[in-house]
Design a protein around this ligand. Structure first.
Ligand code: FES
Length: 97
């Protein structure tokens, strides 16, 4: 499902209460510090996956990352946003509908 080259255009970083308690502000700041042309980074409302945060959703391919640490953000930016390859080991697969 996540094979091949991805072309992300938007990154949502949940900034709602549960994710903020788990460090989502620093994750958002880390993404904002590494801007990628053509990719918008937005602090979002609750993404409906509370307790697994900080949650990050990459669109349009809908790749979810959970428990993202600020130190992991450069790898996401380099490999996924710039390189077009999702980081399999960080993907959150139990998305609650
Ligand atoms: S508070 Fe972040 S997913 Fe709900």
């Amino acid at each position: 499902m996540f094979e091949g080259n991805l072309s992300p255009t938007e990154v949502l970083v949940c900034q709602n209460r549960s994710c903020r308690k788990l460090g989502a502000v620093k994750v958002l700041v880390a993404f904002q510090a590494l801007p990628v042309p053509g990719v918008t980074v937005t602090g979002s409302q609750c993404l409906g996956q509370c307790g697994n945060g900080p949650m990050v959703l990459v669109l349009p391919e809908q790749v979810w990352y959970s428990r993202v640490h600020p130190d992991e953000v450069p790898a996401v930016v380099e490999r996924h946003l710039r390189g077009g390859q999702a980081i399999a080991s960080m993907i959150y697969r139990k998305v609650k509908q």
